[in-house]
Design a protein around this ligand. Structure first.
Ligand code: PEP
Ligand code: MG
Length: 956
């Protein structure tokens, strides 16, 4: 917003000529400390290009782009000339709004001034104003612009009724800053109204910062509520009568009667329909190429071309807003605030529509009087690293560089750096049918490639992701969007990529981080097809072992990897939750992600040591460091082979202290594999992953079937099943959680489960009925104190009464996870009532150290060996053992070779780790005596930081 203080406004100026007026404006900027004196020449140079007169006696002098180097700070100085100054284009100017802008901020200032241009009599008022406050008031009148744009849409939301759609749309408005939480509360407490024709409305004026219209469409096509179909829900944030234009758009949509077309519409299509574009409306998309967007000069040209046509032409921002404006109105066109790279949608109706739209589009494409270059931004950031990547310092030789540890293990090999692919293609093509044929055959080729990859995929998760890619490729919506664009004159490549970008963008807007990450999958699929269309193939990797370095590794890149040659993965971007990291772990390839741009500057074939446990890489290591690492690697390989040989031995320390070693699973089908790897049970079944595999909550019979699969594979070994842990970093699409400022501190885990006790009850019942004779341990996630445990215990006890003993588990225990510091601090009160504890060190560390476990930069510091976390574990074990209860650890720390003796020394009874790690953890236990472990624990507890703990343990 243009906020002007009294110091920004200089009244009662006089100038004999426009040049002297400009000079005094320049001086005012210098005096205010906003610019260097040289900026004056930039103001004159800009004026020499064309007049900055805006209208209503206002001119907005600003420097040329070259003169921005003289701007010290962005700001504005307003000079009032009561007698007026004759400007060089013949206009009379009373006010100079002189801008010092480092970037394109002047576009925003311009936008905010457009309201002044529409008002009659303003020039006289500005000329006669006798106080700075009056001028400020005239210029900075707050214009409340109602909001309806891509950010307020939520398409294909997996809702079960209009109420859930209303909450999703309200959450989107909250995210866009239009409303606050009280709006969501108001929407949650009222039932949406049926408007007719499949349309529903929810509205409130509570907590509204800006009037806005949120729109949510359901994923399910045949959704019904109260006997009416549900095609779209409108969530209106009302404010005075400022939301009226939105209401009018809504009414217009109701009048057209075609609401079922809203279903399955992409964001762009939805905006088009809300903009009133019907079958009889002709449209033409055109991209703004001007380096500084549609500022006054190019906007004027556009308006002139539009006015020269015989019919009315409207224009809107494709992604920005669903409100079209007249292309013949300068203020309205400037008000769009269109920037370089954004798409405009020109629309018109009638016989001349096509030729008129073409004329305006051509003018835009040719730069509206400015020199323009083609837009490469669709790919700019990823496809042209060599030109768009800022210069970065290369990694120093023989010096460890830290990233995020994503998959454990040590790798030593030369690097192979894959730079982002470049695709070159024409944006437009005239023969749409030919382009569609090209696209279709590229899609077929892409599908065939994926099919082969799925077939050859090394592991379940890899195959799952590639199959998901196959489905994405088959999505009729993507195909429609692409062919529609091609029929509008886009080439096969451009049409396809537009469709991919639109869909990926919509995905990114989802509140859930994990769902949003699927945008990377969409782009990955998109690039595969683009590669076929542009005949671009990936560079051939070397035929010797190497460490692969990429900007970010897409799932299909991982699947393509020849695991016999790829020793390690290193990426610029990505966090530990990215798909590439998950896949690297599944394939057992050591990986470090999020290591920053510097790694792209590595020379191919330079030697590297990659430590996936510590998240460190060292390039060009010294001979000594290399030898040490090679020895370490040999030792590690030998250890792995020995560990595999003895994986079925009982898990215990060298002197026979028993510590159970169990597996962490997210899929009951993997229980047999865990047993084959030596698991003595399942120590953590993450049942939310099992729920995620279904489109809606699995019913009792389905759940019994799932749990039984694991129980049977375990052949009498215990199963520790965790009840649903949804929320935070684990979204469940059909259990939407309202947008929260801080979901990790919000409605998640057991808190969320208790909001729908019937779901929890079905799960408990299914677990109890699936087990019968096998040992069953049920644990509750994210418990903060005994009250939550008791709330579940009531249901659990009732079920034990209700289900006949012959039909349910008898060897059953109910425990809690210790992953919130409060529960560790209160362990004595919990231990008195629960049957066992399992420490979730991932969350316990996150909450104790206040570091988001998925944070791309900080998560490396979230080390569970921090003495603060260890003290909490110590308290937990002491409290449990006093009451004769057992304690497991099921977070990642349980498989950390350095941490294992410490955990055992603290008295932990069970370690639950990923199945791959089981043989190694068992082998690690055999390397020390219990007394050593106790000494390690004491040593660790006496340190002050996690680094000190690790150093002390390493030198012990
Ligand atoms: C933990 O928090 O340590 C844990 C095991 O649970 P999850 O990783 O599933 O949150
Ligand atoms: Mg957890």
């Amino acid at each position: 917003m243009l906020t002007l203080g009294p110091d920004d406004i200089l009244l009662g100026r006089h100038a004999d000529s426009w040049q002297t007026a400009l000079d005094s404006a320049a001086e005012a900027l210098v005096e205010a400390g906003l610019v260097e004196a040289e900026y004056r020449d930039g103001l004159h140079a800009r004026e020499a290009q064309s007049s900055t007169f805006l209208g209503n006696a206002i001119a907005i002098p600003h420097g040329t782009p070259e003169s921005r180097q003289f701007v010290k700070q962005t700001g504005v100085r307003v000079l009032q000339f009561p007698q007026g100054v004759k400007w060089h284009d013949g206009q009379l100017v009373h006010v100079l709004v002189t801008i010092a802008a480092q970037n394109d901020e002047h576009l925003d200032i311009l936008r905010q001034l457009t309201h002044v241009l529409d008002r009659e009599g303003v020039s006289e008022q500005l000329a006669n104003a006798s106080s700075a406050a009056d001028v400020a008031r005239l210029l900075s009148k707050t214009v409340v612009e109602p909001r309806l744009d891509a950010d307020t849409l939520c398409v294909n939301f997996p809702a079960r009724d209009p109420q859930e759609l209303a909450l999703a749309a309200a959450a989107r408005l909250r995210q866009s800053g239009c409303v606050d939480n009280s709006f969501i509360t108001a929407i949650a407490s009222a039932q949406p109204t049926w408007l007719g024709k499949g349309l529903w409305l929810a509205s409130s004026s509570q907590g509204v910062n800006q009037p806005a219209l949120g729109v949510a469409t359901p994923a399910e096509q045949a959704l019904q509520s109260d006997g009416h179909s549900v095609h779209a829900l409108f969530c209106l944030a009302t404010q005075g009568d400022a939301h009226r234009p939105l209401l009018e758009q809504l009414m217009a949509l109701l009048d057209t009667g075609a609401s079922d077309t809203l279903l399955k519409s992409s964001s762009a299509q939805l905006l088009a329909q809300l903009a009133g574009e019907t079958a009889s409306t002709q449209t033409r998309r055109v991209r703004v190429l001007n380096p500084h967007g549609l500022h006054a000069r190019p906007a004027k040209q556009l308006v002139q071309v539009a006015r020269a046509q015989s019919i009315a032409i409207n224009v809107r921002l494709e992604e920005g807003s669903a409100t079209p404006v007249s292309a013949a109105s300068l203020t309205k066109v400037i008000g769009l605030g269109a920037r370089r790279g954004q798409w405009l949608v020109l629309s018109a109706e009638g016989e001349q529509a096509s030729s008129s739209l073409e004329a305006v589009a051509e003018a835009v494409e040719s730069g509206l009087g400015e020199k323009v270059t083609p837009f490469d931004g669709g790919f700019g950031s990823t496809q042209e690293a060599s030109t768009s990547t800022p210069a970065v310092e290369p990694l120093a030789a023989d010096t460890p560089h830290t990233g995020v540890a994503a998959s454990p293990g040590l790798a030593i090999a030369p690097v192979f750096v894959i730079r982002p692919m470049q695709f070159e293609y024409a944006e437009h093509a005239s023969d749409a049918e030919h382009e569609i044929k090209r696209l279709d055959s590229a899609l077929k080729e892409g599908a065939a490639q994926l099919h082969t990859l799925v077939h050859n995929a090394p592991g379940g998760e890899v195959a799952d992701i590639l199959s998901m890619h196959e489905e994405m490729l088959d999505d009729p919506e993507l195909h429609h969007a692409a062919t529609d664009a091609i029929r509008e004159g886009r080439s096969a490549e451009a049409g396809w990529w537009d469709a991919i970008e639109t869909a990926a963008h919509a995905q990114e807007m989802l509140a859930d981080r994990l769902l949003a990450e699927r945008a990377a999958d969409l782009r990955d699929v998109g690039r595969r097809v683009l590669g076929v269309l542009c005949d671009v193939t990936l560079p051939e990797p070397p035929d010797h072992p190497y460490i692969l370095v990429m900007d970010d590794i897409g799932p299909s890149d991982v699947a393509r990897l020849d695991t016999s040659r790829v020793r390690g993965l290193l990426t610029v971007r990505g966090g530990a939750t990215a798909h590439s990291a998950i896949l690297a772990r599944a394939l057992g390839i050591p990986a470090v992600v999020g290591a920053g741009q510097a790694v792209m500057a590595l020379n191919n074939a330079s030697m590297m040591i990659l430590d996936g446990d510590r998240g460190r890489v060292t390039t060009q290591p010294s001979e000594e460091r290399l030898q040490r690492a090679e020895q370490q690697l040999l030792d590690q390989q030998q250890r792995e082979a020995d560990a595999w040989e003895s994986r079925f031995e009982i898990a215990q320390t060298r002197d026979g202290h028993r510590v159970e070693v169990a597996a962490n699973l997210g899929n009951t089908a993997h229980a047999a594999d865990a047993v084959e790897r030596g698991a003595e049970g399942v120590g953590l079944l993450r049942t939310e992953f099992l729920f995620m595999a279904y489109a809606s909550a699995p019913d009792l019979a389905t759940q019994i079937g799932e749990y039984r699969q694991a129980i049977e594979a375990l052949e009498g070994r215990p199963l520790v099943a965790r009840t649903l842990d949804v929320g935070g970093d684990k979204p469940l699409p059909y259990w939407p959680v309202p947008q929260e400022d801080n979901p990790f501190l919000g409605l998640r885990g057991i808190r969320l489960a208790l909001t729908q006790p019937e779901v929890l009850e079905t799960q408990l019942r299914a677990l109890l009925m699936a087990s019968k004779d096998s040992p069953l341990r049920i644990m509750l996630p994210m418990v903060k104190d005994i009250a939550e445990f008791r709330a579940v215990k009531v249901i659990y006890d009732r079920l034990l009464q209700e289900i006949p003993t012959s039909q349910r588990a008898t060897d059953v225990q109910l425990g809690v996870m210790i992953e919130i510091p409060s529960s560790a601090l209160l362990a004595p009160s919990l231990a008195a009532e629960v049957d066992f504890f399992s420490v979730g060190t991932n969350d316990l560390t996150q909450y104790t150290l206040a570091i988001d476990r998925g944070h791309p930069e900080l998560s490396a510091q979230a080390d569970g060996l921090h003495p603060a976390v260890l003290r909490l574990i110590q308290m937990t074990v002491a409290a449990a053992h006093t009451q004769g209860k057992w304690v497991g650890v099921c977070g990642e720390l349980a498989s950390d070779a350095v941490a294992i003796p410490v955990l055992v020394g603290l008295g932990v009874d069970e370690l639950s780790v990923s199945a791959r790690q089981i043989p190694l953890v068992k082998a690690r236990l055999r390397e020390f005596d219990f007394a050593d472990a106790q000494a390690s624990a004491q040593l660790a507890l006496s340190q002050a930081t996690s680094d000190e703990v690790r150093d002390a343990l390493e030198t012990r």
